[in-house]
Design a protein around this ligand. Structure first.
Ligand SMILES: *Cc1c(COP(=O)(O)O)cnc(C)c1O
Length: 376
């Protein structure tokens, strides 16, 4: 069964095999492994040993974002979180729960956010000191130009925190070239192709050292406390019980990442996966949601076909019988289905998927495959 969802992703057997043993998390062997994973991830983000720290915590991507919002944005701070889609909306919810005063202007969800919109919002309201941004909007499939937006944030003297959960490891990122960036968050189980259960943050070390970093209203989801633990007990000391098997498998996943050729090779494979799905869906009479020019390399949304017999759950069940799992929900304003193009999957897998989708639609009797007319 092949997962074609935008996380958790299909993994390689070597990655899963690293889970098949017990680990003593306080043992020196495991400490060495953890410290090594932290260093590898910091380097991947472009962080300097003197300026940046990689931290890991138990849980999924949302935990890393909540910890960042609570530790690096001062309590009650005003934040700009443009409404780029489903995940920016969640970021805004996490920020509100952390007690921040969130400004979330409506922007186009079908095109990358214009940095000028951020510049204007910051100029209009100088009380905004932080910007929260989603690098790759997994809801729509659109990728933002995080570096360009970062530059306008920097020019306004504000700070930024970045949700790169569906971007890290594939899309370009150099935190050293982004002085405005306080943290970037991601999880093991998306473009790094590891197992779920571990999330990570690369943060500016000086921010973690400030006393306010330990005050965010949560003791468990607190980056200042995690950093203090490294200071007290060493760089391989995980705060509380780690998902040790997940961490060990991430180390193997990072080996495979390097063997593949690193970030650029991975991005090239994902782009080709997306291209294969995008063109393949057109070939079987369906319509991709986004224009080619703004379609990102992570997830493709396809308009639900107009035929009255169309039913997403039936389609999902039909695909599963043919060896593929896609999401049984959609995040777009109009009905769609989504195909994750990240993970240990290849363009050849995507070609087989397109054939399976065509066969499933035929068996369902879906003849009218153009988009359903928008409900007005
Ligand atoms: C997957 C994802 C998350 C986190 O999802 P979790 O289920 O908490 O791991 C956050 N932001 C984006 C953009 C994502 O794609």
């Amino acid at each position: 069964m092949l997962l074609l969802i935008p996380g958790p992703v299909a993994t390689r057997p070597e990655v899963r095999a690293a889970m098949a043993q017990d680990y003593a998390p306080w043992d020196n062997d495991f400490r060495t492994l953890y410290a090594q994973v932290r260093e590898r991830v910091r380097a991947l983000a472009g962080g300097g040993a003197e300026t940046h720290t990689a931290l890991a915590l138990q849980g999924c991507g949302h935990f890393a974002m909540e910890a960042s919002l609570r530790s690096l944005v001062p309590a009650g701070g005003r934040m700009l979180i443009p409404h780029t889609g489903q995940y920016s909306a969640r970021l805004a919810t996490l920020a509100r729960h952390a007690g921040h005063d969130v400004v979330a202007p409506e922007v186009s969800q079908d095109a990358p956010l214009d940095p000028a919109v951020v510049a204007e919002a910051l100029a209009a309201d100088p009380a905004i000191r932080h910007v929260g941004l989603v690098y790759s909007e997994t809801g729509s499939g659109v990728v933002l130009d995080a570096a360009a937006i970062g530059r306008v944030v920097h020019a306004a003297g504000a700070r930024m925190i970045l949700d790169a959960v569906s971007a890290f490891g594939a899309l370009p990122l150099d935190v050293s070239a982004m002085p405005e960036l306080d943290s970037v968050a991601f999880s093991a189980n998306k473009c790094l192709e590891g197992m779920p259960g571990l999330c990570m943050i690369v943060a500016r070390t000086e921010r973690l050292q400030q006393p306010e970093a330990r005050e965010g209203g949560s003791w468990a989801l607190n980056l200042g406390e995690i950093y203090a633990q490294y200071q007290r007990s060493g760089p391989g000391s995980f705060r509380f019980t780690p998902p040790a098997q997940v961490l060990a498998s991430l180390d193997v996943a990072l080996d495979l990442y390097e063997a593949e050729g690193g970030r650029e090779a991975r991005l090239a494979r994902y782009r080709e996966n997306v291209r294969t799905v995008y063109e393949g869906m057109i070939g079987i009479g369906l319509t991709p949601y986004l224009p080619r020019a703004v379609q990102g390399p992570i997830v493709v949304n396809i308009h639900a076909p107009a035929d009255p017999v169309w039913n997403l759950q039936t389609f999902v069940d039909q695909l599963k019988r043919r060896g593929f799992v896609i999401s049984n929900f959609f995040n777009t304003p109009l009905p769609s289905f989504r195909v994750g193009c990240i993970g240990a999957v290849t363009p050849e897998d995507m070609r087989r998927f397109v054939a399976a989708a065509d066969a499933a639609l035929t068996e369902m009797g879906v003849r009218r495959r153009e988009p359903a007319p928008a409900a007005s």
